[in-house]
Design a protein around this ligand. Structure first.
Ligand code: SF4
Length: 331
């Protein structure tokens, strides 16, 4: 087998991303992220607003626009370095293999055009110009996302928010992407609609086999739908593990704080502990561990002085001095 045939669907290697119009004033937003996504796998990326997860997704999808720029590292799609692809090849790759559903993507539908026409135009842009084939695909995807086919003839305002989001997902999946980015796809919807859309996406993923990068601040939702979860803080992945492992034995104090911010289901109501403080200003990060000013178990003289290194145990990796010391003492 060739190296390319063995390559993961998506691989981020030491990715650094910053914002700035010139080299002298780049604000680092993503700092040295490694992440892989296999075919048919759902990888969740969670963290507070401003931790760099959307910037990471935009770069990983090859959609980052100036002043955003990859300052170091690589984004590999099936072994191909997106940073080295000429613009026309990158566009072809997007059209053929990568799709993205945004938080407010239900608003991307043109309000004065029937849904049917928007499907036909999108498919024509993807090279499917035969209208019968385009409509057959549209009807098939509408059925798969559990939308009545008659709504293809509707205008977007005649659909509810949840129905519009399903229509956008149907539109993306009708191009048969290998990799789907979901950036807070259900945040604007109520909890019941959120759950039904996530259930639908899980079924479609099992059926169609596309890989998913799911960006959200809702860790409880990710635990239900993701195979693996990466937790981001201040532009870095501070912990990554299989979803069940992360839920059962989170190791990073930030992950634990995020977990404790969600109420457990089926038990008596309890007062929730919030996570005090704010994420750091990325232009002026604190010395040592970026989480140290908010960390309840920070060790003075270590955490606020030295940057922790990443420690791996099997498929679980964590970047925290506490675990570094434990590993060292075990080793
Ligand atoms: Fe907390 Fe220190 Fe671990 Fe950072 S390195 S998360 S400050 S214990």
């Amino acid at each position: 087998m060739t190296e390319r045939a063995q390559a993961p669907l998506l691989e981020l290697r030491g990715l650094h991303i910053g914002y700035g119009w010139d080299d002298t004033s780049v604000t680092p937003v993503v700092r040295g992220v490694d992440l892989t996504v296999g075919a048919g796998e759902v990888v969740g990326v969670a963290g507070e607003s401003g931790c760099g997860k959307t910037t990471l997704a935009m770069a990983a999808a090859g959609l980052l626009d100036p002043p955003g720029r990859v300052t170091a590292g690589q984004v590999l799609f099936e072994g191909t370095d997106l940073g080295r692809l000429p613009a026309d090849q990158l566009r072809r790759l997007h059209l053929a293999s990568i799709a993205m559903v945004f938080q407010a993507s239900m608003n991307v539908l043109n309000p004065v055009m029937r849904v049917r026409k928007q499907f036909a135009d999108a498919m024509a842009a993807h090279g499917i110009r035969d209208e019968d084939e385009a409509m057959a695909r549209a009807r098939d995807m509408f059925e798969r996302v559990k939308l009545p086919v008659r709504f293809l003839d509707a205008f977007p305002h005649q659909l509810s928010g949840g129905m519009r989001q399903r229509a956008v997902i149907a539109l993306c999946l009708s191009m048969r992407p290998k990799l789907l980015f979901l950036d807070e796809p259900t945040t604007a919807l109520d909890v019941v609609v959120q759950r039904s859309i996530m259930q639908m996406l899980s079924e479609l993923r099992a059926e169609l086999g596309f890989g998913v990068v799911f960006i959200t601040h809702d860790l409880s939702l990710l635990v239900e739908v993701a195979d693996r979860i990466a937790i981001m803080y201040a532009g870095q992945v501070v912990e990554e593990a299989e979803a069940k492992q992360l839920y059962g034995s989170a190791r990073h104090p930030y992950t634990r704080a995020l977990m404790s911010a969600f109420p457990p289901l089926g038990v008596a109501r309890v007062r929730m502990e919030g996570l005090p403080g704010q994420p750091p200003d990325l232009r002026a990060l604190p010395p040592g561990c970026a989480f140290s000013p908010r960390c309840p178990v920070a060790v003075d003289g270590t955490c606020n002085v030295l940057s922790p290194r990443e420690v791996r145990t099997g498929h679980h990796r964590v970047t925290c001095h506490l675990h570094d010391q434990q590993e060292a003492s075990v080793g």
